[in-house]
Design a protein around this ligand. Sequence first.
Ligand SMILES: [Zn+2]
Length: 86
Amino acid sequence: MSMTGMIRKVDELGRIVLPVELRNSLGIQTHDAVEIRMEDDDILLWKVHNCCTFCGAKENLHSYRTKQLCSNCLKQLHILHAEDED
Ligand SMILES: [Zn+2]
């Protein structure tokens, strides 16, 4: 679902409200964690999934851009990358 043109005003404390349609679409619920990052002059915001994108593990997680991956999957990717360079 593509939602464009949503304009929200920042309040005195720097807060904005995420539109309910957007929260519902992304499955963002009260107390869920979101990560905020600045890229050039833009602000990126995404829901933090506390599990590995690839295997669903919930421990030893590392963030890469908007995804989480576990140490085991990260290690596997390093191995694949090293094999590609041989
Ligand atoms: Zn994993």
